[in-house]
Design a protein around this ligand. Sequence first.
Ligand code: DX5
Ligand code: ZN
Length: 215
Amino acid sequence: MAILAPSLLSADFSRLGEEMDLLDESLCDYIHLDIMDGHYVPNISFGPGLIKALRPRTKKVFDVHLMITEPERYFQDFDQAGADLITIHTDATIHLHRSLQEIKDLGLKAGVALNPGQSLEEIKYVLEDVDLVLIMSVNPGFGGQSFIPSALEKIKDLKALRDQKGLNFLIEVDGGIKLDNAKELLEAGADVLVSGSGVFKEDNPKATIQAFKEL
Ligand code: DX5
Ligand code: ZN
């Protein structure tokens, strides 16, 4: 069954504790935490302090998506805050392979992310070193953007590459995912769907999570 990772970025920040409890009681698998530094992406979100404060509220997997330059400077902080999985962007770090290794050396799962304009070629030589590949289906920085359709082809190509190499990393897709386009992403080969506004901007987020899981 596919993994659903609601993104806290679209939650009501004035009542984050309650939003977290809602996710904890829901059928979601991961909780996607979008970290933005105002440098790699134009927006600023939150940091390890907030994650640490939320950690005791749930045992669900904390899927930390670092949209920050030089992410390696903060791996320890996110580890200590309670991250389970850390995903970094290929073009945010100088030594991608070393950075992925550093995440794994902390005992965490390591993910690598590609933006819509980037090719699979960029991650070809680290595929054996990652637990997850994140295909961005919007340009990173904001919730609530429209899905970029070329992501579908990239997911299919990545799945074929994974089969060809006999690897078993997860394929995660992030950006513009709602109930009405989730199915075609799963059919294309996605294992993990991230959804921010597609969950939190619905009238009943918990029921929406259930509907995602029933797809
Ligand atoms: C975008 C973030 C996404 C975002 C998704 O930079 O990485 O995780 O929260 O939000 P929606 O689902 O609203 O596109
Ligand atoms: Zn994200």
